[in-house]
Design a protein around this ligand. Structure first.
Ligand code: ASP
Length: 322
């Protein structure tokens, strides 16, 4: 019989809707304890780690969660881990765990778009699908997986794409790597796993900034005064920026603050294609670090983690190219 550890952290999956006000709020006791406590042939150990809406999660909470997972799988006989989480920052926690959890046992994260007492509540079904996935031998060695709405996604590629639809989680460009059906778990792709970093703390401050047409240089200048260790820019298209901002971004690099470039486009990678003012070629020559398809929120976490290991530009470029 497989033994899985279920770690609850909160989110809509653990919340209820107030019939009078319509407000969706956390419960003192997680309703999932009542709905799913046994699954045929799987022994479930349940831990209430947190009970927070996911906008309250911080990178430090994510680190504590990762350490907790590693501690429990070291100390007990466990075959896989399922984490329940709010959907707003689920992709960030999933990716952070993907970067720093040491175990290669299956770690699967799930959540819900409708709270526990709403009609068509998707929480119990998603939790069951996540349990099936974590219990499947095939989930091992695929990095942290995100399971909702019968689909299995990698932590690296998945993102929340809709504010309320239950099919919100998608992996732009790549799609899911498997599905969960009534009969079982079916993988149809093997992901290229990301790097792992062994970190004891997350201390670096990294800012995420979105580029827009006519972006003001003064805004960028004022950010350069902040005590930050790194900057991620969601650049335009293939990796271009408004020319008026270039001298301001140069100041970051002169101060030794690394700048990582992602695209604000939903699909594709950034590259040094354009040779005009503010184009990718100029940005690369300035020393900006180009990424390989990560979105802004994940690149921020990766830079936080990577900066715990190195601040060398060449090394950071290698880390972000993978
Ligand atoms: N706002 C909620 C949260 O992230 C949304 C959800 O869980 O679906 O906690």
């Amino acid at each position: 019989m497989k033994r899985l550890l279920i770690i609850h952290t909160g989110g809509t999956i653990a919340m209820s809707e107030d019939a009078k006000t319509g407000a969706v709020k956390p419960n003192p006791l997680n309703p999932l304890h009542e709905t799913i406590h046994t699954v045929e042939n799987i022994d479930l150990i349940v831990e209430d780690f947190l009970n927070v809406p996911s906008p309250h999660m911080t990178p430090k909470d994510m680190l504590h969660l990762a350490k907790r997972i590693d501690k429990r799988v070291m100390e007990e006989k466990i075959d896989g881990v399922v984490v329940t989480h709010g959907t707003d920052t689920l992709e960030e926690t999933a990716y952070m765990l993907d970067l720093i959890v040491e175990t290669d046992l299956p770690v699967v994260i799930t959540g819900a778009m409708r709270s526990s007492n709403e009609l068509g509540s998707d929480g119990p079904h998603n939790l069951l699908s996540a349990i099936k996935t974590a219990a499947s031998g095939e989930a091992r060695g695929k990095g942290v997986l995100v399971v909702l709405n019968d689909e299995i996604h990698t932590a690296k590629n998945v993102t929340k794409t809709h504010t309320s639809n239950i099919a919100t989680f998608q992996s732009p460009q790549y799609g899911p790597i498997g599905i969960v059906s009534k009969r079982g778990v079916h993988f149809h792709h093997h992901p290229v796993t990301d790097q792992r970093f062994v970190v004891s703390g997350i201390y670096k401050r990294v800012l995420l900034l979105k580029a827009v047409a006519g972006m003001e240089a003064e805004v960028v200048d004022s950010l350069c005064e902040l005590p930050i260790d790194g900057l991620v820019i969601e650049a335009l298209g293939q990796g271009n920026l408004p020319p008026a901002t270039i001298p301001s971004f140069e100041r970051f690099i002169e101060k030794g603050i690394p700048i990582v470039l992602v695209s604000r486009c939903f699909n594709g990678v950034v590259q040094d294609t354009y040779g005009y003012e503010g184009g990718g070629k100029e940005l690369k020559n300035m020393g900006m670090i180009f990424t390989n398809g990560l979105n802004g929120q994940k690149a921020r976490l990766k830079l936080m983690v990577a900066l715990e290991k190195t601040s060398d530009r060449e090394r950071l470029q290698e880390i972000f190219q993978r």
